[in-house]
Design a protein around this ligand. Sequence first.
Ligand SMILES: CC(C)(COP(=O)(O)OP(=O)(O)OC[C@H]1O[C@@H](n2cnc3c(N)ncnc32)[C@H](O)[C@@H]1OP(=O)(O)O)[C@@H](O)C(=O)NCCC(=O)NCCS
Length: 174
Amino acid sequence: MLEGNNVNLRIVEKEDLPLVAEWENSLDYISGYNPLRQRSKADLERNYDKLGSDEKWFFIEKKDGSKIGFIEHIAVRGYCEIGYALLPSERGKGYCTEAVQIIVDYLFLTKDTVRIQAGTHVENTASQKILERIGFKREGLMRKEMFVWGKWTDGYLYSIIREEWKEPKILTKT
Ligand SMILES: CC(C)(COP(=O)(O)OP(=O)(O)OC[C@H]1O[C@@H](n2cnc3c(N)ncnc32)[C@H](O)[C@@H]1OP(=O)(O)O)[C@@H](O)C(=O)NCCC(=O)NCCS
């Protein structure tokens, strides 16, 4: 488990997939800025089984152990790409900013990666604020990048490179 100040990241086990499926199939959870993929437990199991050794799914948990969100890192052309979402009732409290900082610390501390990237819908201000607060830079506009709610929409690509990260902010040695 990766321990933060207000949240921890706990690895998703195969037996947790029904909960992940329940969240992913909920319109409120996915929000208006992401594709509404209806995924069965079997779909998720297939994706889970295909995860490479450099790819992981985590729950975002509060200190009392309650699961409030999901964060993942996947491999894209040798880089790490992250994605995340929180239960609607837990948004706006800074939990996701902390979870993203933890995963950035973890990836730069444990992998020889030079870059971590993330994409957001152009209107997803909350997600963009998280990335910018942590030091990600907006690299550019990806035109017609995602099919969301019946139309192709643009996305922003963000990244942080190792030199900008400099040192861990949360996962420090005690
Ligand atoms: C994106 C998401 C994870 C943000 O979670 P969150 O809990 O609101 O994040 P935080 O509390 O850490 O807040 C991040 C910042 O966004 C701001 N914010 C939150 N909701 C906002 C909104 N609807 N509009 C504008 N800004 C918003 C916060 O005030 C905060 O800004 P600050 O750093 O200046 O204080 C959450 O909205 C979510 O799960 N959305 C659905 C899934 C999703 O879009 N995932 C990201 C895909 S790229």
